[in-house]
Write a protein that binds this ligand. Structure first.
Ligand SMILES: Cc1cc2nc3c(=O)[nH]c(=O)nc-3n(C[C@H](O)[C@H](O)[C@H](O)COP(=O)(O)OP(=O)(O)OC[C@H]3O[C@@H](n4cnc5c(N)ncnc54)[C@H](O)[C@@H]3O)c2cc1C
Length: 509
C-alpha cells in the first residue's frame, strides 16, 4: 500500500501528503520556512520508509566539519570505558542532544550523571552539515500551519520561531560564543506574479488573524524588488530579522559548558538497541551497556532505527548544501547583504552568505531539482541515510541556473568568475506532519524524544530542547509553552506509521 493511500486510509486530521501536494508546483500555499527543499517524488512516496543508523564510514565533510579538524572535541571521550549506569543517557550530539544535556545539567535539580552518546564525531549529523541559517518563520508558513492545526496553533508556531531565534542570538551574545554570528535582514523574494499573489494573501490572512507583522518590511513594486534583492525578475520582497552562524561551533560551546558541569561525552559510540522496561532501560553499544531509567532520543533523522514506532512519522531524507564563491562583482563592498529564500512556483532556493567570516555563499536546498534527488534516493533505499553523497549534479545545476538567470553571474566584466565549488549532503529528519515530535515516547516510560525538525531545526530546537529537559524533570506540557501540535502522542505516531512498520509491530503501538 502506498504511503499516500495509507495516510488517507488512517486519516485523523490532515496528513502531510495533502499539505505537500503543491510543493513541486506552488499553487495555493507557500512552503513554510525550512520546507523549501522538500519536493516530492512519486517513486519514493510509493516505497515503504526505511531508516538506519548513521553511516560510520565515508561520510562527506561539510564546510563546518572541514573547518574544525583539529578540535579535540570531535572525538572526545570523557572516560576510557563507558559507565555501567547513568541517571540519564542522551543519544545524539547534534544541537538537540547537546542542548538537552546542558539544560538538564544546569537545572535547579540536575541529574547526578548524564551520558551523551554519539555514533560518530561530535555534531556530525544534520546540525554539523546544515546551511547555518537561523531564520524564524514570521508569516510564510501561516496558510499551511492553519490548514493543518487551525489559526491559534499556527500563530503559536510562528511566535515560537521568533522566540527561538531570539534565544539563539541571546545565548551567543551572552556567552560571547565565537561562531560567526550575523544578525540582519533575510529576504523572501517572490519570482513570479503567481507566487507573489499567494504571498500577499498569506501575509494579509496572517495579519487579519492577529499575527505580528510589525517587524516585516514588504516591497511589492517590481523595480524596487529587483533593486533590493539584486535578482532579475523579482516581483516582491518580504524582509525581516534572521541570523546565520557556524552551527558546529555553537554546539561545541554548549558541550564545553556541559563537560564543566560533569557531562560524560562519548563519541564514536553508536547505540545498537535498547532493551528493558519502564524506567529500567539497557542501552547497548559495541563498547558495553549502560543501565538507566531515562533515555533521551535526540537522533532526529535516525530516530526510527531505535524507535520503530516513529518510522512513518520521521522520514530520513538526504539534502544538499552547495558552497559557492561569488564572482568579483558580488564580492567586497558589493557582496550580498542579506540571506534569502528565492521562491518560484516550481520550488525555492535558500541562500545563506557567510557575512561575518569569508563571504562564501551557502545554498541550502535547491527545490527546483529536489525531486531528482528524491528519485535518485528511490533507486536504492539505503541512500535515505547516506551522507557520503557530494556534488549531486542536478541540484548544483539548479544553483547554477539561479546564478546565471537571477543574479546574472556569468561573464563578469572584470575580476574572478563564480565558482560552484563543492556540495555536501546531510540527512534531514522530515516530519510527516510538518512539526517536530517532542515529549514522552508513548508506552515506554522513561524514554523521551525530540526529533523531526525538517530543514528548520535551528529556528526550533533552542526552545524545544530546553522544553524536553523540563518535561523530563517533571514539568507539564503546558509549562513548556510549546505549541500543542509539537507533542508526541500515540495517535500522532500511529497516523503516520507506514505499512512496513505497521506489519512488523502488528500495528499495535
Ligand atoms: C544540508 C542541510 C541543510 C540544512 N540547512 C538548515 C538551515 O540552514 N537552517 C535550519 O534551521 N536547519 C537546517 N537544516 C536542518 C537542521 O540541520 C536540523 O533540523 C537540525 O540540525 C537537527 O538537529 P538534531 O540535533 O535534532 O539532529 P542531528 O544534528 O542530526 O543530530 C542527531 C545525532 O544523533 C546521532 N545518532 C543517530 N543515531 C544514533 C545512534 N543510534 N547512536 C548514537 N548516536 C546516534 C547522529 O550521528 C547525529 O549526530 C539543514 C539540514 C541539512 C541536512
Amino acid at each position: 500500500m502506498s504511503l499516500t493511500k495509507l495516510s488517507s486510509f488512517r486519516a485523523i486530521g490532515k496528513s502531510v501528503d495533502t499539505v505537500r501536494m503543491n510543493v513541486n508546483n506552488i499553487k495555493e500555499a507557500l512552503p513554510p520556512v525550512g520546507d523549501e527543499g522538500t519536493g516530492t517524488s512519486k517513486a519514493l512516496d510509493d516505497q515503504p520508509i526505511t531508516t538506519g543508523r548513521p553511516l560510520e564510514k565515508g561520510m562527506s565533510l561539510s564546510l563546518w566539519l572541514q573547518s574544525v579538524r583539529n578540535n579535540p572535541l570531535l572525538n572526545h571521550r570523557t572516560t576510557e570505558e563507558l559507565p555501567k549506569t547513568a541517571d540519564v543517557v542522551v543519544i545524539g550530539s547534534g544541537i538537540t542532544g547537546s542542548l538537552t544535556a546542558l539544560s538538564l545539567l544546569q537545572s535547579s535539580n540536575p541529574p547526578k550523571s548524564v551520558v551523551l552518546l554519539e555514533a560518530r564525531e561530535l555534531c556530525s549529523g544534520a546540525t554539523g552539515r546544515n546551511a547555518g541559517h537561523c531564520k524564524p518563520d514570521q508569516w510564510r508558513g501561516f496558510t499551511k500551519y492553519k490548514e493543518l492545526y487551525g489559526t491559534e496553533e499556527a500563530l503559536k508556531i510562528l511566535a515560537n520561531e521568533q522566540k527561538t531565534w531570539e534565544g539563539v542570538v541571546q545565548y551567543i551574545k551572552e556567552h560571547k560564543v565565537d561562531c560567526d554570528l550575523w544578525v540582519g535582514k533575510t529576504l523572501d523574494v517572490l519570482m513570479t506574479d503567481d507566487v507573489a499573489a499567494i504571498a500577499a494573501k498569506t501575509f494579509a490572512d496572517y495579519k487579519e488573524a492577529g499575527g505580528d507583522v510589525s517587524k516585516i518590511q514588504v516591497t511589492i513594486d517590481q523595480q524596487e524588488a529587483e533593486k533590493i534583492s539584486r535578482l532579475k525578475g523579482a516581483k516582491a520582497v518580504y524582509a525581516w530579522d534572521a541570523s546565520n552562524l557556524h552551527p558546529w561551533k555553537i554546539v561545541a560551546h554548549i558541550n564545553k559548558r556541559s563537560l564543566d558541569l560533569g557531562l560524560n561525552l562519548q563519541t564514536w559510540t553508536p547505540v545498537t538497541r535498547i532493551t528493558g522496561s519502564s524506567n529500567n532501560w539497557k542501552i547497548h553499544t559495541d563498547r558495553g551497556e549502560i543501565n538507566t531509567p531515562v533515555v533521551i532520543h535526540a537522533t532526529n533523522a535516525y530516530a526510527g532505527a531505535l524507535l520503530p514506532e516513529t518510522k512513518g512519522a520521521i522520514r530520513p531524507c538526504p539534502h544538499m548544501c552547495n558552497k559557492v564563491l561569488p564572482p568579483s562583482t558580488f564580492a567586497g563592498s558589493q557582496s550580498l547583504k542579506n540571506s534569502y529564500a528565492v521562491i518560484y512556483p516550481t520550488g525555492s532556493y535558500t541562500i545563506n552568505p557567510r557575512f561575518t567570516s569569508d563571504g562564501i555563499l551557502l545554498f541550502g536546498g535547491a527545490a527546483p531539482n529536489q525531486p531528482k534527488l528524491l528519485d535518485y534516493v528511490a533507486e536504492d533505499q539505503s541512500r535515505r541515510i547516506d551522507d557520503s553523497l557530494t556534488n549531486f549534479e542536478p541540484v548544483t545545476d539548479a544553483v547554477k541556473k539561479l546564478g546565471t538567470e537571477g543574479f546574472e553571474w556569468d561573464n563578469p566584466e572584470r575580476g574572478s568568475e563564480v565558482l560552484y565549488d563543492y556540495a555536501w549532503s546531510g540527512i534531514i529528519g522530515r516530519s510527516a506532519d510538518q512539526v517536530p515530535f517532542i515529549g514522552a515516547v508513548p508506552g515506554k516510560e522513561g524514554q523521551w524524544m525530540c526529533a523531526g525538525h525538517n530543514g528548520h531545526g535551528m529556528a526550533r530546537i533552542f526552545t524545544c530542547a530546553p522544553a524536553l529537559a523540563e518535561l523530563v524533570l517533571g514539568s507539564t506540557w503546558q509549562d513548556t509553552g510549546l505549541p500543542n501540535c509539537f507533542q508526541v502522542t500515540k495517535e500522532r505516531l500511529e497516523r503516520h506509521l507506514d505499512a512496513e512498520a505497521a506489519t512488523s509491530l502488528g500495528a499495535k503501538l
